[in-house]
Design a protein around this ligand. Structure first.
Ligand SMILES: NC(=O)c1ccc[n+]([C@@H]2O[C@H](COP(=O)([O-])OP(=O)(O)OC[C@H]3O[C@@H](n4cnc5c(N)ncnc54)[C@H](OP(=O)(O)O)[C@@H]3O)[C@@H](O)[C@H]2O)c1
Length: 290
């Protein structure tokens, strides 16, 4: 049996992907969610529809490093190994703002930093040909572009920056690129990729703003950004589980099982390095004080 973890799997893309993966009884699927009631309801719905009794849930709030640590400890104690980690949980800067109890800008913390730590803590437990998939967005490269302002700014100062979401998704791609490079250097068969589901009007993500008219407007005026929950969850489930993707790493899957280049900025080695080093320090993994 293979173990799959999906963060933020009680709704939207995470939920649909979990359901698709759980249809194959070879997979145990763990829904890593912040709300126990929603997680249990999702778990029950997936188990009922797929007949897979190995669907479970565990509490994880990706905005808090303390919660990520507790989740990783509990998960490892219970299941030991991971075959697939899908870093999917996400919030929009249109709905959420402020600072976490640990002092980080909340979108950066939820969408990126929590997943960075989760990945670090689970990496030693990934199977030899394990897979990590970071759910990102084409909005890592928003209309009008984006200017890198440094990690300190994103982590602590970007409270009123309308592009906070875009930065968090750019950081997710930096995580993919840097980890991919490190894994390849070690000769590891573990893969790490980014996945862009596209603008999906039917999830909870936009909190009701994504009505039918807006969806139609995006579909007609920005077809290169438009996505569908059904096709994107289908693609994500395939990339996570199917044999033909085992050799692909460091790629950006675009709303499908097809890859393309992410933005030019997302390949900046300098930014990748800065983000990696600072993230280790924020997570207390840089060896300082030892
Ligand atoms: N929908 C789009 O247009 C779109 C476009 C590009 C990329 N994406 C990305 O796709 C991913 C899934 O989003 P979605 O569209 O499926 O939206 P969704 O239905 O709102 O799903 C997001 C999930 O993340 C969970 N979550 C939020 N904050 C969390 C936290 N601190 N800890 C743990 N879980 C948390 C939510 O849980 P609660 O139910 O508790 O809030 C929910 O289960 C996100 O990463 C998003 O950025 C979405």
């Amino acid at each position: 049996m293979k173990n799959v973890i999906i963060t933020g799997a009680n709704s939207g893309l995470g939920f649909e992907t979990a359901k698709k993966i759980a249809k194959d009884q070879e997979f145990r699927v763990i829904l890593a969610c912040r709300n126990a009631e929603k997680a249990e309801a999702a778990r029950n719905a997936i188990a009922k529809e797929t007949g897979n009794e190995n669907v479970g849930f565990m509490i994880l709030d990706t905005s808090l490093l303390s919660s990520v640590r507790a989740f990783a400890e509990n998960y490892i104690a219970k299941y030991g190994t991971v075959d697939v980690l899908i870093n999917n949980a996400g919030i929009s800067s249109m709905r959420d703002s402020g600072t976490t109890a640990e002092g980080f800008e909340v979108v950066f913390a939820t969408n990126y930093l929590g997943h960075f730590l989760l990945t670090q803590l689970l990496l030693p437990r990934l199977s030899a040909n394990g897979r990590v998939i970071n759910v990102t967005s084409d909005m890592h490269n928003p209309p009008g572009g984006i200017e890198w302002k440094g990690v300190e700014y994103l982590a602590h100062e970007a409270m009123d920056d309308r592009k906070r979401y875009s930065y968090s998704k750019l950081c997710a791609i930096y995580l993919t690129h840097k980890l991919d490079e490190m894994l390849k250097e070690k000769g590891s068969a573990i893969t790490v990729n980014s996945f862009n589901p596209g603008f999906m009007a039917t999830t909870n993500f936009s909190g009701g703003h994504a009505d039918k008219m807006r969806a139609l407007a995006v579909k007609t005026t920005m077809p290169e950004r438009y996505g569908e929950l059904e096709t994107s969850s289908d693609a994500l489930a395939q990339i996570a589980t199917q044999a033909q993707f085992s050799g692909i790493s460091g790629a950006y899957f675009d709303r499908s099982t097809n890859t393309k280049k992410s933005s030019e900025l997302s390949y900046s080695k300098e930014n990748q390095e800065e983000l990696w080093k600072k993230s280790l320090a924020y997570c207390g993994l840089d060896g300082a004080g030892e």
